[in-house]
Design a protein around this ligand. Sequence first.
Ligand code: MN
Ligand code: MN
Length: 320
Amino acid sequence: MFMHNKRLQYTVRVGETNPALASLLLEQFGGPDGELAAAMRYFTQGIGEDDPGRKDMLLDIATEELSHLEVIGSIVAMLTKGAKGELAEAAKDEADLYASLNAGGNSHTLSILYGGGPALTNSSGVPWTAAYIDSRGDPTCDLRSNIAAESRAKIIYERLINITDDPGIKEALGFLMTREIAHQKSFEKALYTIQDNFPPGKLPGIEKFANIYVNTSQGPGDMEGPWNSGPQWERIDDLERVMSIDGGDGQASVELASDELETLQQLAARTKSNADDDPETGVDLGAGPGAGRITDRDCGGAADIQDAADQAKTMKIAAE
Ligand code: MN
Ligand code: MN
């Protein structure tokens, strides 16, 4: 069960009304790296988790993320509060209210549609979606994804901290940013308490392909580093060697039933192209200057194209 405590996890002190900033902060309310996405990511993982330690951790962090959602949502609500009242009560004349809606960001949608919010959208007004959650139900996959999600959230907070000089907001965002660091640490620990956590899953990789680095992009800018060179790598620069890497002929084949083969042959016969034909097409009929060579048939060469160009020029002059 959930219980709610009316005190926020971190006190929100906002200096002044700023709907434009509020709309930018929505990125961490209803955006892909925001707090609702984090809460739902860990909550659903926690419900499905069988390991008691991970289950406990995931539900703890999921619940804390909901508390963060409350903090960031409260900042948005405080930033729009003054503007919300003015708009609802028509406290200024039309021109001033109109101007206040165009403060920047997505603040006009936040005010007009969501009445100051907080709205479950990102900073561009895109509605929150469960598609932000990429859990796969495998602990090593999901913990790695969680680590990446925490690092993304940390970076977004950092960017938001850099665009406000309101000390109270800076402080609260700094707290939220720091908690993402703590969560990343917990997820890293949880990942490495799983023995043999790499590669993910149960099936081993195929030994002879696991150490190969294929230099598929060649030319100036080819670099070497521990990611592609050294004793643990078999680096392949001769791309002929990897076509096909299994030693086969590199073709795709399938065993078909005789009736499947028959219908495919019918299809192939019906749609066969004739390379000996050079048909006249729509572009031949409508070709003007700049069309290039259309067909090998006698349908006009450079002279005709020049004629067409001259004609177009005449028409233009006539139009003037
Ligand atoms: Mn958080
Ligand atoms: Mn977090």
